[in-house]
Unconditional design. Sequence first.
Length: 446
Amino acid sequence: MVRILNSSQSNEKLSSFEVVIHIGAPKAGTSAIQKFCLLNRKKLLESGFYYPKHGLDENGISGGHTDIGGALLNGDFNTAENIFRTYLKKAKSKNKVLLISAESLYLAHEEVFELVKDLRVLIISYVRDPIEALLSNYNQGVKRHYRSISLDVFLKRQLNNINDVVSGLSVLKWKEQFKNFLLLPFDRKIFPGGGIESHFLATLGISSSELSLFDKPTGDVNSSYCLAAMESKRLCNLILDSSSGSLAARLDLIFQKYSDLSSFKRFSPAELMGVDVYELYVDAFYESNQILLDSLSCNATVEFLKPIQKTRGVLKVNCVFSQLFDVMSFLKAEDHDIFSQLQKLYHLSHRPMTHPDWITLCHLLDLPINHAKDFTFRLGPREMSILTDDASKPFDALMVLASALERNGNFSQARQILKRCLLMRPKAKRVLAALERLSDDQPTHI
């Protein structure tokens, strides 16, 4: 059982709550908790908690009770309330505590407060080291959301955009809003058997004897790729997008299998980021980490939210081509059809083929190197329609031109056009986003 500090509610009193809501935080073991709870709904019921069903995607990942969170994020309070009250009615009919889990609720403290204001509610959130969370966020973006910028570029951009969500301080808004709030450390060294699932259930007051009866999912949930698989997927993302759903899911399973079989070393943040960048982030998060440590509801190890003490001599790790080729050879052996589809997508892509990333991908896909330079400047039907329509505005025509120049790899001229667009519409979000995207001369998804 987890010993709770600085809380008026001990584990033994959890049965006095009508609702327990787990809100994350993002990149802090939420998928593992949700899959575990879904697998053990009957066991949870026997232990006093009603956990409503939710779905899993084809990779076994879930957003939990996103039916509630998604509705709140979309401003549809009535739908969220109807779903929540249906769950609550079911829990009460069984004389159980309603247990909800959804990261989509993480930034919705005001809406959730309105949703449950007449109930006895406990909010639970984990907090993760923000540097680890940032790296995990990057990895997840590459794995699931078609991120194609390099880690170096991502870190450079993010360093100039640190806010309370990135530092983790936004979770404390829940502490201000709710009387009963537990902030727990995402600290693997204190998890029973190394798993957050058991720690979460122990926080709910479920005894160790009861815990031993729960079923354990096989394998890790949403675990990271090895470095070579991550870089291979990043390069593949140059030719993948949201319309590649089934192909991307199959690719993910194979890259995950490669990572699981490779017994890869887990590198420290300093090794992944480089010491100089790592220390910049340590300084950026120093004050917020102190605040989070003071706000924890249970003990963590002395190393939690503390920087690595010895960074002298730490070298930044990078993938070499032979490692990437090994990943792609594994892919070809596992599913040659996927490999062939990637080759076709490369041929069909209208992107700046002379960039080093594109040339590397060309090599990995066994395509002749001259194909990487075979790029024809062209405009799409919608772009032609805008340029030839008398009703089109100059701003829209310039945006078409900037987009075409970017695809052609002419980033300098694209920036010049975009700066002209910015003079015409200083607050245009797509112009600001495009200028940020082109600030590093690196191709990304438009």
